[in-house]
Design a binder for this molecule. Structure first.
Ligand code: ATP
Length: 237
């Protein structure tokens, strides 16, 4: 059974039919990427999984259990956690306070401290800046913080929305190194990226989304070789 499964999901914004019956599976331990141009529906897909948007039709399941009508906080409690586009950290809270917000469902202080240490091991920079307010961090540090905040709740599946957006090339590399490392430590990842080249390097499999429909679905290796993907998403002639 797939860890996460979307079956024939339709999502609307009013009259706008943004997802037109998409089906996606993510197996335990995988990195799966959704690639597509602006407005293809990538963020809409993640926001529908995390319960920020409601599908009008279709089913979303975690290990066979229906998530479709769960409120967003229950979806987090079940282990499906989003790292939102644009980081969305709490600018006036310190780094540590931001991280602790990510653990708000955990009552056991010892567990919270363990998770904090895990995040600080992954991102030593956040440890150095733990008392600094989030709004004063650089873009790369804010991405670390948004990722760290999501990890504080021990997710089974991380939904990452454009983690490399707006970052300098050297930081983009480190974002993808982190994704690899998290996955090696056992986190399953559904990754949305405009940077298809990098996404297809870390991913096991990928889906190509065009105007709300999946037009291709294959191993990352095959997608990297696919002529349409190379022309449209990898900038090759
Ligand atoms: P981007 O990389 O630009 O964020 P995306 O693939 O994530 O692109 P979505 O943001 O999911 O695309 O948008 C899918 C479609 O839904 C687009 O046609 C977009 O205009 C529309 N859309 C997105 N958000 C809203 C909204 N809040 N209200 C109305 N339409 C929306």
């Amino acid at each position: 059974m797939a860890l996460l499964e979307l079956e024939n999901v339709h999502t609307y914004y009013g009259q706008i039919h943004a997802l037109k019956g998409i089906s996606v599976t993510v197996e335990e331990g995988e990195i799966v990427t959704l690639i597509g141009g602006n407005g293809a529906g990538k963020s809409t897909t993640l926001n529908t999984i995390s319960g920020l948007l409601r599908p009008r039709q279709g089913s979303i399941r975690l290990l066979g259990e229906e998530l479709t009508r769960c409120p967003a906080h229950e979806i987090v409690a079940k282990g499906v956690v989003q790292v939102p586009e644009g980081r969305r950290i709490f600018g006036r809270l310190t780094v540590q306070e931001n991280l602790e917000m990510g653990a708000y469902l955990i009552k056991d202080r010892k567990k919270i401290n363990e998770n904090l240490e895990r995040v600080f091991t992954l991102f030593p920079r956040l440890k150095e800046r733990r008392h600094q307010v989030g709004g004063t961090l650089s873009g790369g540090e804010q991405q670390m913080l948004a990722t760290g905040r999501a990890l504080m709740s021990n997710p089974r599946v991380l939904l990452m929305d454009e983690p490399s957006m707006g970052l300098a090339p050297v930081l983009v590399d480190s974002v993808f190194d982190t994704i690899r490392q998290l996955n090696e430590e056992g986190t399953t990842i559904l990754l949305v990226e405009q940077n298809a080249r990098m996404a297809l390097q870390v991913a096991d499999r990928g889906y190509v989304l065009q105007t709300g429909e999946i037009v291709l679905n294959d191993s990352a290796e095959n997608l990297r070789r696919n002529e349409m993907v190379r022309k449209s998403y990898l900038g090759e002639m």
